[in-house]
Design a protein around this ligand. Structure first.
Ligand SMILES: Nc1ncnc2c1ncn2[C@@H]1O[C@H](COP(=O)(O)OP(=O)(O)OP(=O)(O)O)[C@@H](O)[C@H]1O
Length: 300
């Protein structure tokens, strides 16, 4: 069953089109990674799902309701980012108490255990926390709320390496014990891929791809060797990336629908065939322009 459905969703801010017709459906009780480069439209999309922003056009349904200013959606959904606005007059322990009154599945014990584990002081105030500590505290609220739809928008901003690892572990453990629909946005596929069931890639305001992570991992193959030999081998395949290494050598990343016979032929002809990591493929698919940073320094 789909918990979230978007059809042709657009969002325009002044003269900037942040979303240009995004369509996808998210199934219940899955962890989906919302992955995309800076400015791709991830936060805009997630804020629309959370009901904080209204789409400019298109259809959005969360828990079978239109989310904007919707009480059913806000009672069953939590959106966690680094700008979560929490009452400045309350101490951290008072904030946790209030959250307990708001979210009906609130796990007080879990919140307390995480609070102690990360060494927060009950009398501290959210405003005075460091960047990483704010993210950690927000994550505690996001996990303990146990909302049917839980959105973490780049939740690890500012967290050090050890805390990040703890966060991902806590998320996975709690999800296994209490399955729910979790959306986790990140620029870094490699950092979150062990957690994800599905990956939804947003590029320039549109959904580029929405597939199980296992499929994504096998989607591409890299071939490197003599250009004149590689070219005929890939003539019927979609090319995701092309790199010229020297006058005749090329490295090309293409869709992986090779037959055993084709792979054998490539190897016999001296072509190196290698798998492509999901994070490399993600970078290739989301590159804005052909070429790379080196081109900036090779002008003139
Ligand atoms: N409130 C706003 N007013 C005007 N433009 C905005 C606003 N919020 C976002 N944008 C623009 O919309 C586009 C998408 O931004 P968004 O924050 O959704 O992307 P993102 O994928 O979350 O980016 P990042 O990974 O860098 O956080 C960008 O061009 C951004 O500058």
């Amino acid at each position: 069953m789909s918990v979230i459905e978007c059809k042709d969703v657009t969002k325009v801010y002044g003269n900037i089109a942040a979303l240009k017709g995004a369509s996808f459906a998210i199934e219940e009780n899955k962890i989906t990674g919302i992955i995309g480069r800076n400015g791709a439209g991830k936060s805009t999309m997630l804020k629309i799902l959370a009901g904080f922003l209204k789409e400019t056009s298109g259809e959005v349904q969360v828990l079978a309701e239109h989310p904007f200013n919707n009480l059913k959606v806000s009672a069953n959904l939590i959106y966690v980012d680094d700008q979560m606005s929490l009452p400045t007059s309350l101490t951290l322990s008072e904030i946790l108490e209030c959250a307990g009154g708001f979210y009906r599945n609130w796990d007080k014990e879990l919140a307390k255990r995480l609070f102690d584990y990360f060494s927060f002081h009950p009398k501290q105030r959210h405003n005075n926390l460091s960047k990483g500590m704010k993210s950690t505290f927000n994550m505690i609220i996001g996990l303990a709320a146990r909302c049917a739809v839980t959105i973490f928008d780049e939740p690890t901003i500012g967290m050090d390496e050890a805390v990040r690892k703890d966060f991902y572990r806590a998320l996975l453990k709690d999800y296994i014990a209490y399955p729910r629909t979790i959306l986790l946005s990140s620029h870094h596929l490699h950092e979150v891929e062990d957690l994800l069931e599905d990956v939804l890639i947003i590029k320039e305001g549109k959904t580029l791809l929405h597939v199980p992570l296992t499929d994504f991992k096998e989607m591409a193959m890299g071939l490197s060797g003599d250009l004149s030999i590689v070219n005929p081998l890939i003539s019927d395949k979609e090319v995701y990336h092309l790199e010229e290494n020297g006058i005749k050598r090329t490295y090309v990343v293409v869709e992986n629908n090779f037959t055993e016979a084709e792979l054998h032929e490539a190897k016999v002809k001296g072509i190196d065939v290698s798998p492509v990591s999901s994070s490399d493929l993600y970078v290739f698919l989301t590159n804005k322009t052909k070429g790379g940073i080196d081109d900036v320094f090779n002008q003139g």
